[in-house]
Design a protein around this ligand. Sequence first.
Ligand code: FA5
Length: 343
Amino acid sequence: MTTTLALVAELEQLGSEFDGVIAPLVDEQAIRAAQAQFLGKKGRVSEAMKALGKLPPADRPTVGAAANRVKDAITAAVDRKLGELVAAARAADLARTIDVTLPGRPHHSGHLHLLTQVRLEAQAIFAELGFAVAEGPQIETDWHTFEALAIPKDHPARDMQDTFYLSDEIVLRTHTSPVQIRTMQAQRPPIRIIAPGQVYRRDDDPTHSPMFTQIEGLCVDENISFADLKGTLVHFVSRFFGKSLAIRFRPSYFPFVEPGAEVDMACSFCEGRGCRVCKQTGWVEIGGSGMVDPDVFAHVDIDSERYTGFAFGMGLERMAMLRHGVNDIKYYYEGDLRFLGQF
Ligand code: FA5
């Protein structure tokens, strides 16, 4: 039979046992669990107190007081232990030192894509000659892309530029030449514009991409001659490549210019001596050009008796490939930082 003395002793025993239980604990959750194990509704103190009913009523206050002491002692032990944990965490924080002599973490900042750099550079060079920048839509009418440039529906020249058709009348522009038409519709001579922008063709190999960038040039005024075209391109090429490189024109056919010519420049790698890049010819093609055909002027209501003009269209990827030795056009579009970071 439980006696008053035995119960008081058992309660005191629980108090000192609790100290031993929480001594090794190092996180709040475990300490709270131990507290519940002793002081919870079904905890060990409550279990011990079940014997209270069997004691003489006169002894019960003594046991109650002993139980309260144990509960207070356990609560105080919990508070003390949690206080120690907080203090230890703070001390560890303070003890952490910062080595101000360590090198900083490198910060990688981005920069403009090579093609954007090249486009801005080309714009700046042409601006020196008084060319303003013009723009046109990439989703373009068949009329602006072909008809107005003297390329009717059944014209064989349409095969030269394999077209992505969005409908019978709407295409992804295959060249920047429709911007010539839009500019001449909106503006009277004198006109001097360049039109850089994306164009699209069914074309795919190491030097041809289905989407690429052209830069169109158009100059219309009285007395504009082929010599002006040549002077403009010679200036551009020598500024762009940073050295004087010869230009040559090869007669060629573009329906919207007459005469028309492909533009070659002396290979920037071997300076004309012959190498792998120019396939030993000493020359590389950079675009098409010519004098604006009177038929085109008729479409935009410009008097071809009074005005003449020259136009050209160059591939910007091609120019950047030649200047930086890029040997696959795909590198521009893959977004690989190992490539892009070089420029
Ligand atoms: C034209 O697109 C004519 N509009 C150029 C022109 C303008 C002629 C004004 C006369 C007057 P061509 O199809 O040759 O011409 O393209 C011009 C240049 O674009 C080429 O010399 C080449 O550098 C580049 N190019 C053509 N197709 C691709 C392609 N799939 N990927 C990358 N560059 C290309």
